[in-house]
Design a protein around this ligand. Sequence first.
Ligand code: AMP
Ligand code: MG
Length: 343
Amino acid sequence: MNTEKLKVFNLKSDSKNLDRACEILKSGGLVAMPTETVYGLAASAYDEKAVSNIFAAKGRPQDNPLIVHISNIEMLNDLVSEMPKKAIECAERFWPGPFTMVLKRSEKIPASVSAGLDTVAIRMPSNQVAAELIEKCGLPLAAPSANLSGSPSPTTAEHVIADLDGKIDAIVVSEPCEVGVESTVVTLATNPPRLLRPGGITLEQLKEVLPDIVIDKAVLAEPEKNKPVASPGMKYKHYAPKSKVIMLDGNLQDFCKYVNSKAENGVFALVFDGEEEGLMVPTVSFGKRDDAATQAAVLFDALRLLDKKGCSICYARVPTLDGMGLAVYNRLIRAAAFEVITL
Ligand code: AMP
Ligand code: MG
């Protein structure tokens, strides 16, 4: 299939390309679109066939539900069967933005969107191109990340092209994603509310609206095999480059000593900016040590870069767990298949 590349950098001058994306979506096609978190692979959430094509194009396991994207609060009425007061407060506080709420699903949403669960995950993106596209279509768009299942999520149009060119109808080519990791996912279908996936909205921010929120154990630890999980997506090996990633928990000096003792062809270090000096192996950096937002913005690009540079084993620095660091840690530990060595 020829994948149309539709450049939309300016909403006014590129509006014809956005119209074309909208036309494809309305006729049941698949379109990758930018959002502030990562690029998403969108289809009409009401079109069962289009939704099943998303799973096929990504090679996504059927039991991993999709997030439905909306552009205005009225769209919610058709998607959920219950709207708790807390959900309204969260919507007011965190939307539009990198925040996803899981609520009871209405009958209008095909079961396949939610992988058969009785809940549905919903988000209102702040990215102007995404918001305009959804609004133009007048349809909620089901959209997981626009990568091949298992590989690092795409934060640039080039990443989407590398994974999905020839497999989907079109890609809206726009700016790199600002946040760089996927949205924060919170279920409000349980009491107390539960953080299922950390992201651009931090736990500290969530607690201001949801003081009793609990962290699902899959956020930091490896899910137990063959046990049901609250967020099916968290049980899969994820975000992984082809090279093996191992996290080394310790100070910079011990990190350098350990990595240098392993130095050979194909060994790389994934470090914070400015930490290259004491290392005898090639490095890729992923943001400032004390600024997790900068780490989130480049992490997935850094993971893809390791493969491009021919890395076979990569030793990675460990981010701290506060603020957006929780999201960075959550992604990196999955890329490392939970392999952490304490120095
Ligand atoms: P992605 O769209 O690729 O970022 O993945 C969506 C994430 O949202 C996955 O981790 C899913 O497990 C999670 N998710 C989507 N819908 C639900 C739901 N109804 N209940 C719990 N988690 C969900
Ligand atoms: Mg994904």
